[in-house]
Design a protein around this ligand. Structure first.
Ligand SMILES: [Zn+2]
Length: 138
């Protein structure tokens, strides 16, 4: 058996991939995490579309059953294109909406798997290129 502790769900945004890899390394998760990369991270899980929800839950389930992962990290970020259609007034409004979606996703995950921990991480982008970003544990 090949086991890992964690499964990370992060946004597919190319601007953040290198920074996320660095964060994974700094948090001792290199070679210890599965990674699910989708637009908007857990946004699709929080929306009321059973087909898409089941697809994502099945992906988590592979990690849960096959690799024994017992922790899910939901990783969202500011300036996310998947949330572009909301036309937020400011970053605070964007953060509030994404935090709400992460909370819904967390509940769905906890209701779907026994003995699972959910951690929420916010990536604050301080420029549009992803050169200067901060990772904040929520
Ligand atoms: Zn994004």
């Amino acid at each position: 058996m090949h086991n890992c502790s964690t499964v990370i769900i992060h946004c597919m945004d190319f601007r953040l991939i290198n920074k996320i890899r660095e964060w994974v390394d700094q948090n001792n998760l290199t070679n210890d995490t599965d990674i699910i990369s989708i637009a908007g991270a857990s946004k699709a899980l929080s929306e009321d579309n059973k087909e898409i929800q089941n697809f994502i839950l099945n992906q988590i389930n592979v990690s849960y059953l096959l690799h024994n992962a017992r922790k899910v990290i939901l990783m969202h970020h500011s300036d996310c294109g998947a949330y572009g259609s909301y036309n937020f007034i400011d970053e605070e409004e964007e953060f509030a909406k994404q935090l709400e979606d992460m909370g819904i996703a967390e509940e769905i995950i906890k209701n779907s798997f026994d003995d699972i921990e959910v951690q929420k991480v916010w990536i604050q982008m301080n420029d549009h290129e992803g050169r200067n970003v901060e990772f904040i544990n929520l």
